[in-house]
Design a protein around this ligand. Structure first.
Ligand code: GDP
Ligand code: MG
Ligand code: ZN
Length: 359
């Protein structure tokens, strides 16, 4: 396994420089983790590792621990059998959701990192009935993706089970902003060819969406081999059927890295308003003309969003969805402040997308 095949780039090399000076550390990428046991890939092979005592000592929050897709600096034991994680390298992009921890009567929001250093997010829906496709859910994934710094791509899978694919494509387009949309049948490997452009050496993609919509099937088709089990149903399944309950990073022999995620059905947003604005671009544009800068579009005088709503230029559902996302984010930051004992506050967005090297 070469570092390049794992997605290593100049960005990470720079982050590694100072650490490389410390004797004998090597870069490695997190492929899986559960309860602070990490599966890592590096040029030296695959290891199961833990973070060092001093790492643990320095880390204050859950988000400072490695997550799937992270690059870390590890120390491999002289006998070559064990590896220990010493440092977390700077992240290029970060996918987070909002976790809530309860202590006493107060609940506190925290940043739960789902996947790191992803370039493209495939947001997968299935056109097999009512639950597989949902515009509101698409909007949530779009905001998460914009927040992360990765580029969103919308996949409508299981077109073989849909009577009116065009109609669904149009529905998706109505919420997609400018994200590309592909309608496919993963089971029969139909329509997947254009997705190859996102999977090349040096790039990392993540599969998002609830379980059962075909994420693992898409990965297997792209890989040309069975890397992930498919057809695994809910986590609560007790009849011995396996389920993907963790995220996992896989290296495709055809080039590229893909992170499969378990069904994230109801993701709570961990985001800033900026990312929401990118999801609801047309509402943002119209709201520029509202009389009040901080117009909440809830009946204020001179509200242009209300006018656009009346004229049918934006839909009621979409405006409601926009307000809901904004509320969720402001509620979470309020909860965060309540529980916050931090001295320093880092921006949520690690690097602006514009600064990222285009591949
Ligand atoms: N009819 C049909 N079934 C599909 C398609 N893609 C995946 N499936 C099936 O849907 C089920 C769930 O797929 P899986 O890849 O495990 O979904 P995941 O939970 O999102 O990873 C499996 O039984 C697949 O065979 C498709 O395009 N058409
Ligand atoms: Mg799966
Ligand atoms: Zn307004």
């Amino acid at each position: 396994m070469t570092l390049e095949s794992l997605g290593w780039s100049d960005f990470f090399r720079q982050g590694f420089k100072s650490k490389a000076l410390e004797a004998g550390l090597v870069p490695a990428r997190i492929s899986r983790n559960s309860k602070h046991v990490y599966h890592i890939f590096c040029a030296e092979g695959k290891f199961v590792a833990r973070v060092s005592g001093s790492f643990r000592h320095r880390a204050n929050e859950a988000s400072e621990y490695p997550a799937v897709g992270d690059w870390v600096a590890v120390k491999i034991s002289p006998d070559g059998l064990e590896a220990e994680i010493r440092e977390l390298l700077p992240r290029e992009t970060v996918f987070s959701r909002q976790g809530v921890s309860a202590s006493g009567t107060e609940s506190k929001s925290f940043q739960q990192v789902v996947a790191c250093n992803v370039n493209v997010a495939l947001i997968v829906s299935a056109l097999d009935g009512s639950r597989g496709f949902n515009k509101r859910r698409l909007e949530r994934y779009l905001t998460l993706t914009r927040q992360s710094g990765a580029d969103p791509v919308i996949i409508l899978n299981k077109i073989d089970l849909c009577e009116d694919v065009e109609e669904k494509i149009n529905e998706a387009r109505s919420v997609a902003a400018d994200a590309p949309i592909y309608a496919i049948n993963a089971l029969e490997n139909n329509g997947l060819e254009p997705l190859r452009q996102y999977m090349s050496e040096g790039s990392t993609i993540v599969m998002l969406g609830p379980s059962g919509i075909g994420k693992s099937t898409i990965i297997n088709q792209m890989a040309g081999e069975t890397l992930m089990k498919t057809g695994e149903v809910r986590e609560v399944d007790l009849r011995g059927r396996h389920t993907t309950t963790w995220s996992e990073l896989l290296v495709l022999s055809s080039g590229g890295v893909v992170i499969d995620t378990p069904g994230l059905r109801d993701v709570q947003l961990w985001s800033e308003e900026l990312a929401i604005g990118e999801t609801f671009k047309e509402i943002m544009e119209i709201s520029e003309s509202c009389r009040f800068r901080d117009c909440s579009h809830s009946g204020e005088p001179g509200c242009e969003v209300a006018v656009a709503l009346e004229e049918g230029k934006i839909s009621e559902d979409r405006l409601a969805s926009y307000k809901k996302q904004k509320k969720e984010v402001s509620d979470s930051s309020r909860r965060r402040e309540l529980g916050e004992k931090r001295k320093h506050v880092r921006p949520l967005r690690p690097r602006r997308k514009a600064q990222r090297k285009k591949r």
